[in-house]
Design a protein around this ligand. Structure first.
Ligand code: AP5
Ligand code: MG
Length: 216
């Protein structure tokens, strides 16, 4: 089951993928996480990517496409994957088709005000990447990861002006990708406005309804 998770910045792609990967036993592959790992390790790729990410711009297609192609060729991705944050341009979508087949695209939508509140409170574990939120999903002990005890930090691309740029980039570059998959009949829209603490959340159940049809 080869699945794409697409949606604006901080709509919750990483949060939902971390639940779906346990249900379907397929890896969660996030291009943002791959870049951040490279930045942490100060690789050549990381140093290059940082100059774009820090401004809220996209990393150039050729660099990103090669990174994803390499990641999808790994053993653990041979029975399916949850691809989060890629493709973000139509050139990336076309390239992806040349080395893999996509079964479904989950498109998460939320109002801009909801997105801005999620970005502002998001915190991430430095060690394992677990995602928290200061009010929506707080860690049990402030500043400490519930899962591995690692240090929790705020991403450097969360300043309001950078978030605005990420929202613009999404509208300009990634919206055409959504139309691209809609035309191919692969798109399933999921309302991600619903708060994870609300009993009516049901975002994961809605994803399952779509994905279980692929298995049937
Ligand atoms: P990336 O890391 O992909 O950033 P993004 O798309 O902006 O998405 P985020 O990771 O910010 O948000 P998310 O949707 O995963 O939300 P989360 O689950 O954390 O990319 C970063 C940068 O890398 C890009 O700007 C670009 O420069 C570069 N890049 C990456 N891919 C690229 C590509 N293909 N091509 C070129 N460049 C690329 O949730 C957010 C917060 O909300 C959390 O605190 C969470 O706890 C909370 N939350 C989530 N859902 C809910 C809910 N339903 N109710 C309550 N709280 C919620
Ligand atoms: Mg993410």
């Amino acid at each position: 089951m080869n699945i794409i998770l697409i949606g604006g910045p901080s709509v919750g792609k990483g949060t939902y993928a971390s639940k779906l990967k346990k249900i379907y036993h397929i890896p969660h592959i996030s291009t943002g996480d791959l870049f951040r790992e490279n930045i942490k390790n100060e690789t050549e790729l990381g140093i290059k990517a940082k100059t774009y990410i820090d401004k809220g711009n996209l990393v150039p297609d050729e660099v990103t496409i090669d990174m994803v192609k390499d990641r999808l060729s790994k053993e653990d991705a041979q029975n399916g994957y949850l691809l989060d944050g890629f493709p973000r341009t139509t050139a990336q979508a076309e390239a992806l088709e040349s080395f893999t087949k996509i079964d479904k695209v989950l498109y998460f939508t939320a109002d801009e005000s909801v997105i801005i509140a999620r970005v502002a409170g998001r915190r991430i574990c430095k060690a394992c990447g677990a995602i928290f939120h200061t009010t929506n999903i707080p860690p049990k002990k402030e500043g400490v990861c519930d899962y591995c005890g690692g240090e929790i930090y705020q991403r450097p691309d969360e300043q309001p002006e950078i978030v605005k740029e990420r929202l613009n980039t999404f509208q300009e570059k990634t919206k055409p990708v959504i139309d691209y998959y809609k035309e191919k009949g692969l798109l399933a829209e999921i309302d991600a406005n619903r708060d994870i603490n609300n009993p009516k959340f049901r975002v994961i159940e809605d994803c399952q309804e779509v994905l279980d049809q692929l298995k049937a």
